[in-house]
Write a new protein. Sequence first.
Lengths: 412, 532
Amino acid sequence: MLLRLIPSKTDIKFIRLRTPFMIMSVLMMVASIGLFGVKGLNLGIDFQGGTMIEIGTDGTTNSEEIRGIVNSLGFGNADVQELRGQDVLADSDNYLIVINEQSGGGDEREAEQAQQNVVETARAALNQRFAGITYSESDTDNGFALQLTRPAGFEIAKAQEYLDEYEITVARLSQVDDQTIRVNLASPYRFNENRGAEVYSAEEFSAEMQESLNAVYTTLTYRRQEVVGPKVSGELVQAGALAVTLAVMAVFVYIMFRFEWQFSMGAVFALVHDVVLTIGVFSLLNIEFNLSIIAAILTIVGYSLNDTVVVYDRVRENLRKYKRMPLAELLDQSINDTLSRTVMTSVTTLLALGALYIFGGEVIRGFTFAMIWGVIVGTYSSIFIASPVLLIFGVRRDWSKGGDTAPATTGA
Amino acid sequence: MLYFQTWKTILVISVCLFGIVFAAPNVLPDNVREQVPAFFNKSLNLGLDLSGGVHLLWEVETDELIDSRLETVEDDVRTVLLANDVGYTGLRVADHQLSLRIRDLDELSQAQELIEELITPVGASALGGGSADDIAVSVTEAGLITVVLTEEALEFLVSQAVTQSIEIVRRRIDEMGTREPSIQRQGRDRIIMQVPGESDPQRIKDLVGTTARMEFRMHDSSVTIGEALAGRVPPGSEVLYEQSGQPILLRERALIDGDRLVNAQPSFSSRTGEPVVTIRFDTRGAQTFARITRENVGERFAIILDDIVLTAPRINEAIPGGSAEISGSFTAETSNDLSILLRAGALPAPLTVVEERVVGPGLGQDSIDAGKKAAIIAFALVIVFMIASYGLFGVYANIALIINVVLIGGALSFLQATLTLPGIAGIILTMGMAVDANVLIFERIREEVASGKTPINATETGYSRALGTILDANITTMIAAVILFMMGAGPVRGFAITLGIGIITSVFTAVTVTRLMVATYLRSARPSKLPI
């Protein structure tokens, strides 16, 4: 038997529920605007200018220490946060073995030789028991680090046991958490003695930061670095706001052309609702708001409209079919007619987005989150905002003659 | 709706085949790809966020451009007024305007006429003049004359500077030997530069951010350097500094500048063995250089790069051959970089970095891996869900979905569009939404079946009724994609492209490819009840 999320015939009185939902939506919008006004958005450097540096660590560092080092450079206070690893579900496949430094009787050459020998022995010991280990090696302050990717059947306890058999003293044997630390500095200004003023010096900041962090930690990798000048960020804010406004206006015109102005009003109300709530949730959860979130919002605009237009198409069809049915009843019927499709599409889209959220990596997690949220509020708004708005403004009832711009093929 | 003419069937199938052909190079092993003709052999262009690399946005400093243009006008004004014996004071360039005061008010109108004769049309060339004046002259009754550049002249100046800069910057970057840098103009006064595979932006910034204006100037020994530093700088001279911080008093006028160079090569000094840069002048430059060195034996001259004195040797004898050696505490690398800069020529105006994004190679690969994994899982989830919900029709929808993804890959490869991480997100989102068109159709068919229609009739009506909705719904999303493309930059643009292509291919696959499959099924199986 085929899966049916929604029974083929539903008769839910959506319109009767409109008042409480409308009130709820208005309250949520007010709360969003309030949050935005009071708390603001966690603007990424795209929109406020500044420097963002992402550092990959092996899990031995901590963000408190890094914050201390970065803030001691005198460029202003950086926002240092730990990001979740690439993959929130799977275990990390990497292990780190740090072998104690060999003294070699004080002679540097001999010490190096002894170190090589012990590392070779350790490798041999592990290779004998586990097939298919790949290694990468590096010197660290407190010894020699051997990083390996997990072979089949690898367990920390067993590895420890084998290394013990060869009397290899291990300083650390642990699973490596892929950890990313993000350092955000809104505007790296520093007092410049030559010029006698605060000078914007993003370059100096990133150079000095890398230098001082490398002095403390040996296994850092610089994964990403972005510097956006104050001028560009201002333009990006403008371009972003303009893009969203243009999209909403274009949609208003398109729907007016295909339907009627009341439908345009309904669709635009729903869109504004979705955009405002998205901004609200970003403010509430303090998720970084950057350029790609604007892209997400525009996609939400597209998706939410998609949903609204499907319902409206059915409303128009039913307006032709049931010439005397009260509008409230007709709207209910239209929403129920399309409910099965609305839910199916939302679920498939959410399945795809869910996979992206969990497995797509931290770079686009904020972006995916905005989309997931947008699909949910977009679906909600096309039922509880876009349709009731038609009831408020009223629609022309006689679609059989004149003024109908829709071609004959439309319907569904 | 269910009857397909043969040519339509062939058309639909060939579009799918083309998609496969164009998408194929992305998955073929290298040795097979070598034998594929170039037209079909295009693979996806990875964006910087996936390949790793450096993205820099440069801005041409227009302030300097305006001032240096006005300084040329200043020279002309001085020449023309002197030639006609018109007395003036306070000729200077400040705040983007040239101003001077005419001593004798009776000569004011003559001076105005003389200066106005300097006006030339913007962008005038041998092929024909421009339409607007390049400078605007205004006069007050008190005898003050001000000259400013017109909007049109400024536009032309900036546009020309950007074009020249791109040319020069490209030469410099190419000599670095990095692979496939992309250098393009953005907006009015910006240059966008993407260098894939590079993870150290500093060298690029050093190489591109240097104006590299080289000048040869004479040393001014009329006062001591101590007196000059105390403020008694003779007119027409200025104090500049060597790299070591040593001040030196030099004449402001350049005797020769970098334009006269035909070649610059890194080499080693035959005397000291340290790295030097050997330069060679063109014929005119060589003549000038020979004359200067002949006339000034025993004097010092200075080679200056962007107002820093590289070296200030004493002229021991006339140098007639037109080549010279620049020494100045170079390393092998810095002498090589300076040679590149000198060969490529000077930038018309300084460039500054206004935006910088660097993606390390590790992160790029991680993002590709994560994107692949997410795409495969999303794909699997959608496929299972569709089969569970619509059975056989779900299988058709899934085949259409696979063709859809292949078509997106083919289209992106063929158009050589750039695939970015948000672009991968766009493809994954399209998977979810591509199914929407089929969901609309299938739900409609279910309704029609419920209202008692025969399978063929229900399918027929289902498709025709759903079509309008599908078009309306997708056109609205397309509007968002187009606006994103127009307004966005970089990765966002990549997202817009994949979203837009995805909308077109998903409508195509949903309304034609599945319809073709469903029609074939209905004709051959003639079911009495639809499996939906």
